[in-house]
Ligand binder design. Structure first.
Ligand code: MFK
Length: 687
C-alpha cells in the first residue's frame, strides 16, 4: 500500500520578516508555494516558500495504511529457540526432529489454526447449568475452535512425545521445543496439556514404575494410556483440583473430605465413562479454582477422617444408563461423577479456558499413594506443570518479540524503518538478551527433566555416542534430580515475571496498535494484548513468586539441602574451572563475575539460617537464576558474535565485565541490530 506522507511548512516571523504580500500557487510536485513579498530592514525582496504539500485528504479508504507485520516460522526465526535446539540436542536427534518442528512452525501460523484461535478467544466457554425443565445438567459449552485446538495438540503429541520416549533423555526437549512453537497460537489448550502431563507422570509412578498388581492399578493404567494417547477420539485430559476458598498456596486447611465407602449401597452405576469401576472413596467438598473443567479426569486433594491430606484420582463422568459393550453406544448416557459446576470464573486472560468452581457430592474416587501423603503425591504434578509454565512464559514472550520484530521491519518513523531507529533497537536488544537467557535456562531444566526420567542409565549414554554440544552441561546420576528439584521453582518464578514485563515492552514497541485487542482471525496472530493478558496468570497459578521463593529456600535449607548445594557447587565448578583453561573471549571476560557471585551466593545460603533466608527468598532465587543462565550463555558464547554479545551483556547486569578493548558506541549499535534481527536481516536493511 502506498505511503502518502503529509508535510506542512509554517512561515515564522524571523524567516519572513515583515510580510508584505503573499500569493499562493501549487508547483509541479504538488507543493503549495507562497510567493512572499517581504520587507526586512527597509529592503523589499520576493521569495518562493513552501507552505504545504497538497495531497488528497485521508479518509477511511484513502491515505496511509500500515502494512501489517508478517510473522515468520518461529522455529527458524527465533534465535533463542535455535540456540536451545543447537546447544542441548545431539546431531542425530536434531536431524530427526527438525522436519516436524519446522512443519509445526508453519502449521501454527496457518489460517485454519488462527481461525480456531480467534474462535476460542471470541467464544469463551459458557455454562448451561439447568435445562428448560429445571433439571440440573451442568452442560459446559466450549467453542469449536477450542476443541479443534485441543485435538490438534493431542495429535501433534504435545503430551505424548514425552511418554513415547523415542529420543530417550532428549524426548522432553523435543516435546517442549514443539510446545514453545505452539504456545502463541494454542489459546491455552496447553493448560490442560500441562495437567495431563503431570497426571500421566503421577499415574505412571503408580503403574509403570510400581508394577505391583491391584485392581486400582488397572484403572490407573487405563487412564494413563488415554492421557498419553495421540488419538483425539481416545485421548483424555486431566484437571488438578487443589485450590479451595481457604487457600491456593497453603493447602493444609483443605475442607474437602474423603470417606471410604467400599461395599456401601451406593445407588450410582459403578462404572466411569470408560467402563472402569468407580473408586471406593466418596469425596465431598468445594473446589474454588478448577481449570480444564472439560477434562475427563482429575487428581485432587481431600482430607481423610484422620485429618491427613491425601491425593485422589477421579474420573469426571460416570455411566447412568446403557452399556458400553452394547451395539449402539449412543444409547449410553453419562453424567458428571458427583460434580456440579457452580459457575465459570471471569478472568483477566486465558479466556478460552474453562475455569470453574466445583461442588463435589459423593464423587467416586481412588486414593493415590499412601494416606496423608497428598501434598507429596501432587507435587509430582506441580513439578511438571511448573516447567510447562516456564515454557509457556517463553513461548508467549517469544511470540510477542516475533511480532515486535515483524512490526519493526514494516513500520517507518521519521522516514526510516523502525528497525533502523537505534534507540528503538537498543530497547529491543535488551529484551532479546533477557529472553535468550531465560530460554536457555528453561531448556536446560527441560534437559534435566529428560535425563531424570530415564529408568536405565544405558539410555542416558546416548549423548556420549552422538556428541551433544551440551553433553557436559547436563550431568547424570543423582545430581540431576537435585538440580531439577531446586531449579524448577526458580525457573517457574523468574520466567513468569520476565515474560509479563517483556510482553509489556513488546506491546509498547507497537505503539497504540500494540494496545489493541481483536479476536478476528486476521488479527489474532499479531495481537500482543492477548499474549500479555494470558501471561499474567503465569506468576500466580501453580504457585506465586513468593511461594516459589519459599520452596527454593526450603529445598536449600531442608533435609536435602547439603546435597543440593553440593550438586550445584559441582556443576558450577566443573564448568567454570574449564573457562580458565579454554580462555574463550567470553569465558575469560565473564569468569570473575560468575565466580564472585557464586562465592557470595553460597556464603549467604550456607551462612544464614532458614528464617532469615526466607525473608530474602526472592533475591536468593533471582541470583541463582542469573547465575545458571549466565553459565549457559557463556558456554554458548562461542557459537557466533551474537551469542558472545548476549553473554557479555547478561553478565554485565551484575557488574562490569573485564574485557580487552571496549567497543565503540557505534559497534554496540551494530550488535543491537544483530541481537534483534540476526545476520540475515542486516543484509535486507542495507538495501
Ligand atoms: C492456566 C490458567 C489458570 C487459570 C486460573 C488459575 C488461577 C490460580 C488458581 C490457583 O489457586 S493456583 C495455586 C495452586 N497452588 C499451588 O501451586 C500450591 C502452592 N504451594 C506450594 O507449592 C507449597 O509449597 C505446598 C502446598 C507444596 C506446601 O505444602 P505443605 O503442606 O507446607 O507441605 P510441605 O511440608 O512443604 O511438603 C510436604 C512434602 O511434600 C514434603 O516431603 P516430606 O514429607 O518427605 O518431607 C516436601 O518435601 C514435599 N514437597 C513439597 N513440595 C514439593 C515436594 N516434593 C517435591 N517437589 C515439590 N515441589
Amino acid at each position: 500500500m502506498a505511503h502518502h506522507a503529509q508535510h506542512r511548512w509554517t512561515l515564522d516571523a524571523h524567516e519572513v520578516g515583515m510580510l508584505w504580500e503573499a500569493a499562493f500557487h501549487v508547483n509541479e510536485s504538488h507543493v503549495v508555494m507562497a510567493k512572499v513579498r517581504q520587507q526586512t530592514s527597509g529592503v523589499k525582496t520576493t521569495r518562493d516558500l513552501p507552505v504545504a504539500r497538497l495531497t488528497s485528504p485521508s479518509s477511511s479508504t484513502a491515505g496511509f495504511f500500515q502494512n501489517p507485520p508478517k510473522l515468520r516460522n518461529q522455529f527458524f526465526e527465533d534465535a533463542a529457540l535455535q540456540r536451545a535446539f543447537s546447544l542441548f540436542l545431539p546431531n542425530d536427534v536434531k536431524s530427526s526432529i527438525s522436519n516436524d518442528l519446522s512443519t509445526f512452525g508453519t502449521t501454527v501460523l496457518e489460517q485454519k489454526v488462527l481461525v480456531w484461535t480467534a474462535d476460542a478467544e471470541a467464544h469463551p466457554p459458557r455454562l448451561e447449568a439447568w435445562d428448560i425443565w429445571g433439571q440440573r445438567q451442568d452442560r459446559l459449552v466450549t467453542s469449536e475452535g477450542w476443541r479443534n485446538l485441543e485435538a490438534l495438540g493431542i495429535s501433534e503429541g504435545i503430551v505424548a512425545i514425552a511418554y513415547e520416549n523415542r529420543y530417550n533423555e532428549y524426548s522432553r526437549l523435543y516435546q517442549f521445543l514443539k510446545y514453545h512453537i505452539w504456545t502463541g497460537s494454542c489459546a491455552y489448550v496447553t493448560c490442560p496439556s500441562a495437567m495431563t502431563d503431570g497426571a500421566a507422570k503421577l499415574l505412571s509412578r503408580h503403574t509403570v514404575v510400581d508394577t505391583s498388581l491391584s485392581p486400582d492399578k488397572e484403572v490407573f493404567r487405563a487412564a494413563y494410556d488415554r492421557l498419553i494417547s495421540r488419538d483425539p477420539s481416545k485421548a483424555w485430559t486431566s484437571g488438578q483440583w487443589m485450590t479451595e476458598r481457604v487457600g491456593g498456596s497453603d493447602v493444609r486447611n483443605t475442607e474437602t473430605l474423603a470417606t471410604y465407602a467400599r461395599g456401601s449401597k451406593s445407588k450410582v452405576t459403578k462404572t466411569d465413562a470408560d467402563g472402569a469401576p468407580l473408586g471406593p472413596w466418596l469425596i465431598n467438598g468445594f473446589k474454588w479454582f478448577s481449570s480444564a473443567t472439560d477434562a475427563n479426569m482429575a487428581i485432587l486433594l481431600a482430607k481423610t477422617p484422620d485429618g491427613g491430606i491425601s491425593a485422589f484420582y477421579a474420573p469426571t463422568q460416570r455411566i447412568v444408563s446403557g452399556k458400553l459393550e452394547a451395539e449402539d453406544s449412543s444409547l449410553v448416557t453419562t453424567k458428571l461423577n458427583g460434580i456440579t459446576i457452580q459457575r465459570l470464573k471471569s478472568k483477566l486472560g486465558t479466556r478460552p479456558l474453562p475455569t470453574a468452581e466445583l461442588s463435589l457430592t459423593n464423587t467416586r474416587a481412588y486414593m493415590l499413594g499412601n494416606p496423608g501423603q497428598g501434598v507429596k503425591e501432587i507435587s509430582t504434578i506441580l513439578n511438571i506443570t511448573r516447567i510447562h509454565n516456564a515454557v509457556t512464559a517463553c513461548g508467549l514472550w517469544g511470540r510477542g518479540l516475533a511480532i515486535s520484530r515483524a512490526f519493526a521491519r514494516v513500520r517507518s518513523v521519521r522516514g526510516r524503518a523502525l528497525m533502523d531507529l537505534q534507540p528503538h533497537v537498543r530497547t529491543m536488544a535488551k529484551e532479546h538478551v533477557e529472553y535468550r537467557a531465560y530460554t536457555l535456562m528453561t531448556f536446560f531444566v527441560v534437559a534435566l527433566l529428560g535425563v531424570s526420567e530415564q529408568a536405565s542409565p544405558k539410555s542416558c549414554q546416548h549423548s556420549q555416542k552422538t556428541g551433544s554440544s551440551a553433553a557436559h552441561l547436563v550431568p547424570s546420576g543423582p545430581a540431576v534430580v537435585l538440580l531439577l528439584r531446586v531449579l524448577t521453582p526458580v525457573l517457574k518464578a523468574l520466567t513468569a515475571k520476565a515474560a509479563i514485563a517483556g510482553l509489556a515492552e513488546c506491546m509498547e514497541s507497537l505503539g497504540g496498535v500494540g494496545y489493541l485487542d481483536s479476536s478476528s482471525p486476521l488479527d489474532i496472530g499479531t495481537i500482543i494484548a492477548r499474549l500479555y493478558r494470558d501471561a499474567n496468570v503465569l506468576s500466580i497459578w501453580e504457585g506465586t513468586t513468593d511461594v516459589m521463593a519459599d520452596d527454593t529456600i526450603r529445598v536449600l535449607k531442608g533435609k536435602e539441602g547439603q546435597d543440593v548445594m553440593a550438586a550445584l557447587g559441582q556443576w558450577v565448578d566443573t564448568i567454570v574451572d574449564k573457562w580458565g583453561i579454554a580462555k574463550s573471549f567470553a569465558s575469560e571476560a565473564c569468569c570473575d563475575n560468575v565466580s564472585q557471585l557464586w562465592r557470595r551466593w553460597t556464603t549467604e545460603v550456607r551462612g544464614k539460617d532458614a528464617e532469615e533466608l526466607l525473608v530474602r527468598g526472592r533475591t536468593v532465587m533471582e541470583d541463582l537464576g542469573w547465575l545458571v543462565s549466565a553459565i549457559l550463555l557463556v558456554e554458548d558464547a562461542d557459537a557466533d558474535d551474537v551469542s558472545s554479545a548476549v553473554a557479555l551483556r547478561w553478565v554485565s547486569k551484575k557488574g562490569d565485565v573485564k574485557r580487552k578493548g571496549q567497543l565503540t558506541w557505534t559497534e554496540e549499535v551494530g550488535l543491537d541490530r544483530k541481537i534483534v534481527f540476526g545476520e540475515s536481516d542486516m543484509a535486507v536493511a542495507k538495501l
